[in-house]
Design a binder for this molecule. Structure first.
Ligand SMILES: Nc1ncnc2c1ncn2[C@@H]1O[C@H](COP(=O)(O)OP(=O)(O)OP(=O)(O)O)[C@@H](O)[C@H]1O
Ligand SMILES: [Mg+2]
Length: 303
């Protein structure tokens, strides 16, 4: 369990994290979402004692990160995968970390294998690609077999196989009862990986909810219907007080009536029905709606 209470961080005049409180529960994957500059990394850094809060506190299993006697075995952290001496090999880096906690060499080899770094483990980290560096960062986070994982954009730079691997890995770790807290900008990936999401915007918590609830709450559910004779359908729906926004090529998107009622009407009127599909909003749509006012660095096209 990660507990954040009234956490605040200012950089000069900028309030990066603004009095936020939340709990990240064990046995689940919690996604940490939010626009660039929302304060995700700063929050994670405060949780692991790398940034000092101006107010509030953060604990992991009831204890601050600094107070943990063997932090690597409590909390695995990936914050900046590039923070590794470039002249060292991946194995030497992991060994050095392991030595601080008397973690045996066998475990170093285990995380090298687990993260797919076997063939490059003895090469200088300075020559690593983005994804290889990211894998090394994940290896380091897993080294102490920790109860809690805090991963800042772990899939950034990973190839599709790597993205899938991270998803399966964090799901498995959560299923073992561990606390997994990870940030990402990949909404479709988060939709498949996270149980819960915390959405941050301008340093504040905009939502903390099961991922499904965020999607369901975001937009009115619509139903896509394809029929022969869209005009009859329009008239039928008008009698129910429902107006159809747009019909193209006999395909209509209908909001305001449950799918079963729409089917009943169409079949009852003897209109040939070819398709009836409830449309589910995506996490991306839900996220966009939620953060529309909290985006600081916006491009013209999405305005
Ligand atoms: N060391 C620092 N000095 C000054 N300002 C900082 C520092 N670290 C972060 N900030 C500012 O704090 C705010 C939050 O930054 P943070 O890195 O936490 O955002 P983020 O949500 O992780 O964004 P991203 O999605 O781009 O990684 C930003 O406005 C950033 O410029
Ligand atoms: Mg960040």
């Amino acid at each position: 369990m990660i507990t954040v209470q009234n956490l605040t961080k200012r950089f000069g005049a900028k309030t990066a994290v603004d009095d936020i409180s939340f709990e990240v529960r064990p046995g689940a994957v919690t996604g940490f979402l939010g626009p660039n500059g929302a304060g995700k990394s700063t929050t994670m850094r405060m949780i692991v004692g790398l940034d000092r809060p101006d107010a509030g506190s953060a604990t992991i299993g009831g204890t601050t990160y600094r107070e943990h006697r063997a932090p690597l075995t409590e909390v695995g952290v990936l914050l900046d995968a590039k923070a590794v001496h470039p002249g060292r090999s991946a194995r030497a880096h992991l060994r050095a970390l392991a030595a601080t906690h008397r973690i045996p060499d066998a475990r170093v080899q285990e995380v090298i294998d687990l993260t797919g770094l076997g063939s490059v483990a003895d090469r200088r980290v300075g020559g690593f690609s983005l994804g290889m560096g990211q894998r090394l960062g994940i290896a380091a986070a897993l080294l102490g077999d920790p109860h809690t994982l805090i991963l800042d954009e772990p899939v950034n730079g990973l190839d599709p196989e790597g993205v899938l691997w991270v998803r399966q890995l964090v799901r498995a770790l959560a299923a073992e009862g561990r606390t997994v807290f990870l940030s990402s900008h990949l909404m479709s990936e988060m939709a498949q990986t996270a149980d819960d999401v915390i959405v941050l915007g301008r340093g504040r918590v905009l939502a903390h909810t099961p991922v499904g609830a965020l999607v369901d709450g975001a937009s009115q559910q619509s139903v896509r219907v394809r029929v022969d004779g869209a005009e009859r359908l329009t008239a039928l729906l008008a009698a129910e007080g429902v107006t159809v926004a747009g019909i193209e090529n006999d395909v209509a998107d209908i909001t305001g009536l449950p799918p079963a009622r729409i089917a009943e009407l169409i079949v009852g009127a003897g209109i040939p029905l070819h398709e009836l599909t409830p449309q589910r909003a995506s996490l991306e749509e839900a996220y966009m709606a939620l953060t529309a006012d909290a985006v600081e660095y916006r491009t013209e096209t999405t305005r």
